[in-house]
Design a protein around this ligand. Structure first.
Ligand code: NAP
Length: 252
């Protein structure tokens, strides 16, 4: 019997793969057999040091993903140089925290541009290349609990992650019959630099920790298995879902 989670021979373009959740997803996909294109604005050396000893390739692509034109150009160039891309993980994201009443246009635009606009146009780039090459593909968007909930003091982040859940469903409806699976993962509270400020606030840290049924914050590696599932044949009939990996937070 073949292993339906095997990603041998597949190529994955993972944004924000230098650290945190993106790095953990790149490593999990590589461990399942995928070749990795690690994309972001910082060195991918640490990620390469984990993946290359597995016998998988890990190419570095340096680009500011807040610039949508540069992001799409980087995707198209990677497809030409390295060959067809089977899996796109839209992981790179930022958060800006401030009361809604004081929120700035700069903090609105920066978050929406990276978290939503670039994710959409990279998805379009994968679809255009895949359709031209008569291939399928897998798109995995990294959503959030804020795809389901309102949150506080993070208006542009909530808008971006709620929007990302929406376009995940829209693109699934348009592309499912054309061989592209579009899905999202909604991580719960994970220990990365995205949540540094929350974990440094004793009251918020205690409130959040007490509400997580699993009794602990997540680690980046907790997200890897869900990404392998959605990227693999095991997830072939899964379209348009936002899969929480949250220690039970949303069940509460
Ligand atoms: N941590 C959580 O609890 C949590 C929960 C739900 C969803 N998420 C989502 O998970 C994703 C990854 O976040 P994380 O928690 O792993 O936080 P992180 O450690 O801060 O990682 C964010 C990643 O995005 C990259 N990035 C930011 N701005 C960029 C830009 N302009 N161009 C290229 N790359 C850029 C960062 O690169 P640099 O290192 O160079 O800045 C980094 O690789 C985000 O979409 C986040 O919203 C996180």
């Amino acid at each position: 019997m073949t292993n339906c989670f095997d990603l041998s021979g597949r190529r994955a373009f993972v944004t924000g793969a230098n650290t945190g959740i993106g790095q953990a997803i790149a490593c999990a996909l590589a461990a399942a057999g995928a070749e990795i294109i690690a994309v972001g604005r910082s060195s991918m050396a640490q990620t390469q040091a984990v993946i290359r000893p597995m016998g998988r390739s890990c190419e570095e692509v340096l680009v500011d993903l807040g610039d949508v034109g540069a992001a799409v150009a980087a995707f198209d160039a990677a497809w030409k140089v390295h060959g067809p891309i089977d899996i796109l993980v839209n992981n790179a994201g930022i958060i800006r925290r401030r009361d809604a009443v004081d929120f700035t246009e700069e903090d609105w635009d920066a978050v929406l541009d990276l978290n939503l606009k670039t994710a959409f146009f990279l998805s379009q780039a994968l679809a255009r290349n895949a359709f031209a090459a008569e291939r399928g593909g897998k798109i995995i968007n990294i959503a959030s609990l804020l795809s389901f909930q309102g949150g506080i003091r993070i208006p542009s982040y909530t808008a971006s992650k709620s929007g990302l859940a929406g376009i995940t469903r829209l693109l699934a409806c348009e592309w499912a019959a054309r061989g592209i699976n579009v899905n999202a993962i909604a991580p719960g509270y994970i220990e990365t630099s995205n949540t540094d400020q929350l974990r440094n606030d004793e009251t918020r840290f205690a409130e959040i920790s007490a509400r997580i049924p699993a009794g602990r914050w997540g680690q980046p590696k907790d997200i890897g298995g869900a990404a392998v599932f959605l990227a693999s044949d095991a997830g072939a009939y899964v379209h348009g879902i936002v899969l929480p990996v949250d220690g039970g937070w949303l069940a509460r």
